[in-house]
Design a protein around this ligand. Structure first.
Ligand SMILES: [Zn+2]
Length: 273
């Protein structure tokens, strides 16, 4: 996958060259097509993706379940996601590349997450999204399972101000699914429900966060959970006052420049363990 393509004959497309390189590595079974790779990925991107996995565990967003992906930095039609495993244990060697139909490019015997379609289908319809987090964090579930909307309690959670839809799997999958987004049709329905929002809850399941970078996605996943716990507590005390739309928009703009600060702290804590 680290082959140099700049020296190849000009009459061969880059995709065709990648495909031939991958075919040698992946050895697809008879009749099975392995998608072409988007090309080598900078080590820094992989490092951030691994750190994102560890941070989300350390900050109580994921446990043995949940995942974070990043769109391939050089090919918008590919994304990167760990093999099926607990996020806290992910290393660089566990990262698999997928096409947007969520077919693995370089699995090499590694097992994929059942719910990888969440990622591929969101990347298909949201060109602005570069990273997606899916989790089952406990604080948000009450808002997914009741009619109480999740709304921004403070300036750090202002990104919730553009609304938080809830995905009802029965609408797309009927009354007897196992609740998992285990195929492209369910992933497509989920992505459509997310629309232009950055956070969506999943009834009886968890949540999805979509953002412009790994750091932003981790930031939003953490503060979605924090906000949910704050809101539940505030509602026990009385009727909360939420950020209005103008406050939420202004705070989100300010926060965009500050995401790197908590990231460094979270990363040091999570990677030191
Ligand atoms: Zn799930």
């Amino acid at each position: 996958m680290n082959a140099c393509f700049c020296c190849q004959p000009k009459n061969l497309g880059r995709r065709a060259l990648m495909a031939s390189a991958v075919a040698v590595v992946a050895m697809p079974a008879m009749g099975q097509t392995v998608p072409a790779s988007g090309g080598p990925v900078d080590a820094a991107v992989i490092e951030d993706l691994v750190a994102g996995n560890r941070i989300l565990y350390d900050q109580n967003v994921v446990d043995g379940f949940g995942h974070i992906s990043v769109r391939h930095p050089k090919d918008p039609n590919r994304y990167l996601l760990s093999k099926s495993m607990a996020p806290a244990l992910v290393t660089a060697d566990d990262i698999i590349e997928y096409d947007l139909d969520s077919n693995p490019v370089n699995a090499n015997g590694r097992t994929s997450y059942l719910e990888r379609f969440i990622h591929g289908e969101i990347y298909k319809i949201r060109p602005d999204v570069m990273s997606v987090v899916h989790s089952h964090s406990a604080g948000v579930i009450p808002f997914a399972d009741t009619a109480v909307p999740l709304r921004p309690m403070n300036h750090i959670s202002s990104f919730l101000g553009d609304g938080v839809p809830v995905f009802e799997i029965r609408t797309a999958g009927g009354p007897a699914t196992d609740m998992l987004i285990r195929n492209a049709a369910l992933g497509k329905a989920l992505a459509a429900r997310l629309g232009t929002h950055s956070v969506m809850l999943m009834r009886g399941h968890g949540s999805v966060v979509a953002a412009r970078s790994i750091k932003d996605a981790v930031f939003r996943a953490i503060y979605t959970e924090v906000n949910a716990r704050m809101q539940a507590e505030a509602m026990r005390l009385g009727k909360p006052e939420f950020l209005n739309a103008e406050e939420a928009a202004a705070a989100t703009k300010s926060n965009e420049a500050l995401v790197g600060r908590p990231w460094e702290l979270w990363k040091r804590r999570a990677m030191g363990k």
